[in-house]
Structure formats: structure tokens, C-alpha cells
Ligand binder design. Sequence first.
Ligand code: NAI
Length: 262
Amino acid sequence: MVYKDLVGNTAVITGASSGIGRAIALRFGQEKMNVVINYLSSEDEVHSIVRKIESFGGKAIGVHGDVTKEEDVKKLVAAAHHHFGSLEVMVNNAGIENEVPSEDLTLDNWRKVLDVNLTGAFLGCREAIDYMLEHRIKGRIINVSSVHERIPWPHFLHYAASKGGIKMMTETLALEFAPKGIRVNNLGPGAIDTPINAAKFSDPAAKASVEALIPLGYIGKPEEIAAAAAWLASSESSYVTGITLFADGGMTKYPAFQGGQG
Ligand code: NAI
């Protein structure tokens, strides 16, 4: 445990049965928090995450739900209230991506990615903030964005647009709810070793081409993103709101200029 003020706080994490969400759930468990683990599939994995969190001294429950469905997101906040009596931290992490040249991007595909990545995060923000206002909680919202809220990404137009949308949503909410003491921040991972990238990173050439874009020289681990999430959730970041904390090995720092080019 690193952040004593997080002990006993309750968090909802969407899409938490794998990858970054799973790592944040485990890290929050190590901080002895209560964790609502939202999942769309992989119920068995959720049981194993719950057991691990309990072994760390935290508490957890798994709650199935689709973040694009308003009633499912309401269910997540209700579960936090019913099981743990509160909600201090909301992590909107669920996300999807797929590669397609923009001239071939179907309206259905565009809508699906915007729906999960942006509308899902909006619903999570709205429900959590509504709860925090009602219960006078100075809560923290963490939206998992991406370096692609800043770096354009051909063939991933819908994904980049969704993450750009999250950036402005976060900044607007941060401004709107700062007077209530609710902090809203983005976490912007670079290239992280999770299932979303499994196919790409299993090809050594594709993996090397990604590594070449990272000044620190390696693909990030989900635990390195979870560490940033724990800091944003804790009072150690008490004066921070409306930012994107990039945890990206320097990817947003124009690596093409690394050798003094330009
Ligand atoms: P992942 O594929 O392991 O995690 C995404 C999770 O979201 C999965 O557990 C999936 O079941 C869940 N999900 C998808 N649709 C959902 C829905 N409708 N309702 C509820 N859950 C749903 O991949 P990863 O990498 O852990 O992704 C987590 C977040 O991090 C995403 O928002 C992604 O865009 C973001 N990210 C990931 C990066 C990476 O390199 N891995 C880089 C930058 C951002």
C-alpha cells in the first residue's frame, strides 16, 4: 500500500477483466480499496481478480455490464453503493479499436467505437458525478484516453476521434465540477502490452516498429499505467484536475526528433 488515504475508498472500473483495467483493479486492491470490477465477458477471470484483491486486503465484486447501455452503467454505481456504501473513484477504462482505412470505415463501425469509447465514458462520468454530488463526495474521475487524443492515427479514425472527444469531455467536466471538489483527469497510455495489442505484438517486426516510436525503448506494462491511476486517485494529486497524464515512454514527444533532427 502506498496511498493511505485510498484505504477503504470505493472505485468502479469499467472493462476491468483484462489489460489496463485489470491492472488498475489489482493495484487498487493493493491500496486496500473496494473495487467494483465491471466486465463484458471473462467471468472466470473476474473471480480470480476478486480473490487476488481480497488476498491484498481489499474488497471486490464483479458486475457484468455493457458501458454503452445507460441502465448497465447505472447498475455499476448502484453496486458500489449497495456493496460498499460509497463511490469515490470512477475509472472509465473500457475501450475497443480496429484498423480500417478511413474511406472504408462503415457508419456502424464508427458508431460502435464512438459508442464504447466516448459515450461509455460519458455515461460513467455522468452517473459517478451525479452520485458524488448527491452524497457530497469530493470524488475523482479517471478517463483512460490514449496518446491518440493528441497523435493523429491513420486507419484508426474512429478511435482517434473518440479519444480526442474524451480529452475535451474531461477538460469540460473538470472545469464544471471543480467548485464541488470533484477532480476529473485523463490517463493517456502509450503502447502497452495488453490483449488489445496481442496480435500486433506477436509479430516481431510489428512490435519493433512500435518500439521505435518510444523514446524509453520498450512497450509499457499495464502495472505502469495502474501506478499512474493510483496517483491520480489519491490525494497526492490533490491540486491536479483537467489534465491528461501521459504514461507513454515519451511517445508524445516527437521521437523522430530524438537524434537532433529538424
Ligand atoms: P483490453 O482489450 O484488454 O481492455 C479493454 C476492455 O474493455 C476489455 O476487458 C473489454 O471486455 C472491455 N470492453 C469492451 N467493450 C465494452 C463494453 N461495451 N462494455 C464494457 N466493457 C467493454 O485492452 P486495454 O489495452 O487494457 O484497453 C483499456 C483501455 O486503454 C482502452 O480504453 C484503450 O483504448 C486504452 N489504451 C490502451 C492502450 C494500449 O496500448 N494497450 C494505449 C492507449 C489507450
